[in-house]
Ligand binder design. Structure first.
Ligand code: GLU
Length: 487
C-alpha cells in the first residue's frame, strides 16, 4: 500500500443537503490521504442534471471547509487531472464510449422505457431476476436504421459477459464476489448522451489515478458494474472500501424524523466542527485503545482502514453530545459565545445588533454556562437567570429554603455589604459572601443556598459570585426585594 502515492477522492452528487454520512466518507478518505502523505481529490458528480444544483455544491464545499477537510485537487483549486466536475468532462467519456463501441464491448440499445419495463415485468412474473435480455446486442445495420428513422434515440449499453464471477477486494469486507448473470447488460450512456454514474465514476477514478475508493456501503452493489468496466477499458482497478451504513438508534435508516441529518444542521445548532469530526471518526472506525477524544492530528496518526467495522454504525446523539460537551468546556468563552449568539437572538434575548459592552458581558455569561451545554443552541435552556429578574422558584423545595430562620439576617447582611461594596466583581463578592458566613457564624450552605434561590429561583447553577457580579448590584438588590415578597 505504501509503494505508490495514495490518491483518494470524495465524489459527491450535489443534489441536496449534505448528509453526515457523506461527511464521514469524506473524512475517512481525507484521513487516509493525510496519514500516507497522499492526495485528496474533490470531484463533483453532477451528471444528474435535473437534481444537481450549484447551491448544493457550495453547501458541500462550505461544510467540508468548516470541518477542516481540504482538498489538494478539485473544481475550485484545479489540479493535473481536471476538470473535476463531471459535466465538464463529457468529451472524455465520449472518447471511451467510442472505444467500447468499436471493440464490441458496448452497443447501442434502442429499446424504449416501456419495452424495457414490459420485459422486466415478464421476467418478474416468471420469478426470474429482472435484467436486460440483451436483445439489441445483435441488431443489424438495417434494424438500427429503422429505429433511427422511427425517431428512437439510443442509449449505450455495456455487454456484461455471462457466467462469470466478478470478484474484487474490499478493505472492509475482504473478498466480495458477484455473479455476472445477476448484473446484466447495463446502460452506460443515457439517450441524451449523459453518462451514468457507474460509467463516469470509472473513467474519472482511473484517469485521476485514484488508488483507493472509500465510500458508503450503498455503493457495494454498484461495484461489480464498475469492476467490469475497469477491465473492459484496460484500467487498473483501485482498492475499494465500503463503509457501513449509519443507522439511527432504533436501527432504522437515519432520516429526518431522527433529528438533524445534515452537516449544516449541526453547524447551525452550534456544534464545534472539531467535535463533529471526532464523533464522525468513531462512526464505523474504532481506535486501538479506549481513547474517545481525538484531535485531527491524532486521528490522522491512528486511523486505519483495518479498524473500520463491517457492521452498521449507530448514530447516537447522546454520545455526540457527550463528546461535544467536552469540546465546549475546553473552548474559549469567545468561541462558545459565537456558537450561542444566533440562538440568543432567535430566542429574543438579544437584538440583531449588540454593543461591544453587551457582547463582553455575554461572553462572560456564556463562559459561566459552558459546562452545562453540549452545543450553542442549548444556551437558551440556561441563560434565563441572567436575563429575567422576575424570579420563580423551580420547585417547592427551593421556596422552602427561604423560610429558614436564618434567612432574614443573611439577606440583611448581604444587602448591607453589597451596597457598601466599592466594585462589584467576582473576587469582591466572593470575599463578601465569606464574610457573611464568618460574621453570622453560619455554614456556607446556610448563606449560599438562600442567596442562590432568591437570585435565581434555582438550587443549582453557576458560582454565586459570578452570577452576582454579572447581573450587577442594582439588579441583584432588586431581585432580593422582589423575590422575598413571593415567600
Ligand atoms: N456521486 C456518488 C455519490 O454521491 C459517489 C459515489 C462514489 O463515491 O463512488 O453517492
Amino acid at each position: 500500500m505504501l509503494q505508490q502515492e495514495i490518491r483518494v477522492r470524495f465524489a459527491p452528487s450535489p443534489t441536496g443537503p449534505f448528509h453526515i454520512g457523506g461527511a464521514r466518507s469524506a473524512l475517512f478518505n481525507w484521513l487516509l490521504a493525510k496519514k500516507y502523505n497522499g492526495k485528496f481529490v474533490m470531484r463533483i458528480e453532477d451528471t444528474d442534471l435535473e437534481r444537481s444544483t450549484k447551491e448544493s455544491e457550495e453547501n458541500i464545499n462550505e461544510a467540508l471547509g468548516w470541518l477542516g477537510i481540504t482538498w489538494d485537487e478539485g473544481p475550485d483549486v484545479g489540479g493535473p487531472y481536471g476538470p473535476y466536475r463531471q459535466t465538464e468532462r463529457l468529451d472524455t467519456y465520449s472518447k471511451y464510449t467510442e472505444q467500447l463501441l468499436t471493440e464490441g464491448k458496448a452497443y447501442y440499445c434502442y429499446c424504449s422505457e416501456d419495452e424495457i419495463e414490459a420485459e422486466r415485468q415478464e421476467q418478474q412474473d416468471k420469478g426470474e431476476t429482472p435484467r436486460y435480455s440483451g436483445r439489441c446486442r445483435h441488431l443489424t445495420e438495417k434494424d438500427k436504421e429503422q429505429f433511427i428513422a422511427e425517431g428512437r434515440k439510443p442509449t449505450v449499453r455495456f455487454h456484461v459477459i455471462e457466467n462469470k464471477q466478478i470478484v474484487f477486494k474490499d478493505m472492509v469486507r475482504d473478498t466480495v464476489s458477484f455473479d455476472s448473470n445477476g448484473v446484466g447488460d447495463f446502460v452506460i450512456v443515457k439517450s441524451d448522451g449523459i453518462p451514468v454514474y457507474n460509467y463516469a465514476v470509472v473513467v474519472d477514478d482511473a484517469l485521476m489515478h485514484i488508488t483507493h475508493v472509500i465510500r458508503a456501503e450503498e455503493h457495494l452493489s454498484n461495484t461489480p458494474r464498475q469492476v467490469v468496466l475497469y477491465e473492459a477499458l484496460g484500467f487498473t482497478t483501485p482498492e475499494f472500501g465500503h463503509i457501513s451504513l449509519i443507522l439511527a438508534k432504533d436501527r432504522s435508516k437515519m432520516s429526518k424524523r431522527h433529528g438533524a441529518t445534515s452537516v449544516d444542521q449541526y453547524r447551525k445548532l452550534g456544534y464545534m466542527p472539531e467535535a463533529i469530526v471526532n464523533y464522525l471518526a468513531l462512526l464505523g472506525w474504532s481506535p486501538v485503545g479506549e481513547q474517545e477524544f481525538f484531535s485531527l492530528n491524532e486521528l490522522i496518526e491512528q486511523f486505519s482502514m483495518d479498524r473500520v467495522a463491517k457492521s452498521p454504525a449507530v448514530f447516537d446523539i447522546d454520545k455526540l453530545n457527550y463528546i461535544s460537551a467536552q469540546y465546549i468546556r475546553k473552548a474559549s468563552p469567545e468561541v462558545v459565545a459565537e456558537l450561542a449568539l444566533p440562538h440568543l437572538k432567535e430566542a429574543g434575548y438579544i437584538g440583531d445588533e449588540i454593543s461591544i459592552a453587551q457582547k463582553t458581558w455575554l461572553v462572560e455569561v456564556v463562559g459561566e454556562l459552558r459546562e452545562y451545554i453540549s452545543h450553542g443552541a442549548e444556551i437558551v435552556n440556561h441563560i434565563e437567570i441572567f436575563f429575567n429578574d422576575d424570579i420563580e422558584f423551580e420547585n417547592e423545595e427551593a421556596a422552602e429554603i427561604l423560610r429558614d430562620v436564618d434567612v432574614p439576617q443573611v439577606m440583611a447582611s448581604f444587602r448591607d455589604k453589597l451596597q457598601a461594596l466599592e466594585v462589584v466583581d467576582a473576587p469582591a463578592v466572593k470575599a463578601l459572601l465569606k464574610n457573611i458566613t464568618k460574621e453570622l457564624k453560619l455554614g456556607g450552605k446556610k448563606v449560599f443556598m438562600p442567596l442562590r434561590v432568591v437570585l435565581t429561583g434555582k438550587m443549582h447553577g453557576p458560582d454565586l459570585d459570578k452570577i452576582i457580579s454579572l447581573i450587577g448590584r442594582e439588579r441583584t438588590l432588586a431581585r432580593l426585594t422582589d423575590t422575598l415578597v413571593k415567600i
